[in-house]
Design a protein around this ligand. Structure first.
Ligand code: FES
Length: 141
């Protein structure tokens, strides 16, 4: 190989390298890797025995808020905490034993059924299981 051929080879390699360095990020940007949606199956929500009766907590289930209620009978209930009217976060009213939405005074019973006010649909229910005193919330199967 003469000197001219050697320089051409170097230049050709340099151009190829430069093209790769420029094109790779562009192609990667245009074709991003698939990131799976947060697909939560079960969430642990602390100790069942430490949870006070007739109270509730809002628990994150993936990106969705869930209202976890412990009744006076030590029964655990969980529902989607997003009001079916205009998406406010509901809260538990221990005095009424009902789920209340402060935004427009919507009420749900402890089966998640919309019983008063503007909410058009019931709240989705979640399954609650206690495993060695740990509260496990999962989607209804
Ligand atoms: S957003 Fe809940 S009652 Fe309107």
């Amino acid at each position: 190989m003469n000197r001219r051929g050697f320089v051409s080879l170097l230049l050709g390699g340099g151009i190829l390298g430069w093209l790769g360095a420029v094109l790779y990020p562009i192609i990667s940007y245009l074709n991003p890797p698939k990131v799976p949606e947060a697909n939560v199956q079960t969430v642990k929500a602390g100790s069942a025995s430490d949870f006070p009766k007739n109270t509730a907590q809002i628990v994150k289930f993936g990106r969705k808020p869930v209202i976890l209620i412990k009744t006076n009978n030590d029964e655990f209930l969980a529902f989607a905490a997003t009001c079916t009217h205009l998406d406010c976060i509901v809260q538990y009213r221990g005095d009424l034993k009902q789920i209340w939405c402060a935004c427009h005074n919507g009420l749900y019973d402890l089966k998640g059924r919309n019983i008063s006010g503007p909410p058009p649909k019931p709240l989705d229910e979640y399954a609650v299981n206690i495993v060695e005193d740990e509260i496990h919330i999962s989607e209804m199967g």
